[in-house]
Ligand binder design. Structure first.
Ligand SMILES: [Fe+2]
Length: 252
């Protein structure tokens, strides 16, 4: 890596299970594919495991053992903060208590991840405390471009299920982003399908899941939350000082 280029692999919604290795195999496959592009960092945008279980986090640690770059872990609505933290003691960017929000300063683009899950719930909520944290984190280093990451899409995806279990107080999130013009992209997961949106000036990419793809319930009466046989995937985000940031959809 030099200061003019940054390659980020984003893998989302792995949903690892203790009783079935298929999703771990998908994750390992994504990591092998990512390795071809020499990533500087790997960001996992939540739903790391399926049922908040310790054995699942052990399976995740195992699957990540040969990761080709530093891995940064974010919780999703299927995760358990304390168990996640306990399973990855070497991940010192994770705060010792409370929400697992963090900012990474090691790259020419900052990674600012905000944990907005609601323990025990499927939807997310951007609380006033998280708004304060994000505003301060983004304000701390305004001379570098920043990527902001969260689990729930901060915009309406127009899917009946995922908008119902989406991000509450998204307007507060938009108000913070609007105050920080150096935010060049917002990354999220949760939707299990690639969707592009916008919040204030910043494009938002909801990554595909590496586990399985959900269909779309757009019209009244269409089935919600249907798992499809479409290929899962992951995202490669490539930034250069001259060329800016491109977000590339990769299929497994
Ligand atoms: Fe998920």
């Amino acid at each position: 890596m030099n200061g003019d280029r940054f390659v980020l692999a984003q893998i989302s919604d792995m949903h690892l299970r203790a009783d079935d290795g298929a999703h771990a195999d998908n994750l390992k496959r994504a990591l092998r594919q990512a390795n071809e592009y020499s990533p500087d960092a790997i960001l996992l945008t939540g739903d790391l495991v399926n049922d908040e279980g310790e054995a699942e986090y052990a399976a995740l640690a195992d699957a990540l053992a040969d990761a080709p770059a530093p891995v940064y872990l974010m919780p999703g609505n299927h995760d358990h903060r304390a168990r996640l933290r306990a399973a990855f003691p070497a991940h010192r960017y994770l705060p010792p208590e409370g929400p697992l929000s963090f900012a990474i300063e090691d790259f020419p683009v900052r990674l600012v991840a905000v944990d907005q899950i609601v323990p025990g719930a499927t939807h997310g909520e951007f609380t006033p405390e998280q708004a304060e944290w994000l505003d301060a984190a983004l304000g701390a280093v305004a001379y570098k471009p920043a990527i902001v990451a969260l689990h729930h899409p901060p915009f309406l995806t127009h899917d009946a299920l995922f908008d119902e279990i989406g991000l509450q107080r998204a307007e507060a999130f938009a108000a913070i982003i609007a105050r920080h013009p150096h935010v060049i992209r917002i990354l999220c997961g949760h939707r299990h399908r690639m969707v592009v949106g916008q919040v204030a000036h910043a494009p938002v990419v909801a990554a595909p899941a590496s586990s399985y793809v959900y269909g779309l319930a757009l019209r009244e009466g269409q089935a919600r939350g249907v798992k499809t046989s479409e290929s899962p995937g992951w995202m490669l985000h490539v930034w250069t000082a001259r060329g800016g940031l491109a977000s590339i959809n990769m299929s497994l």
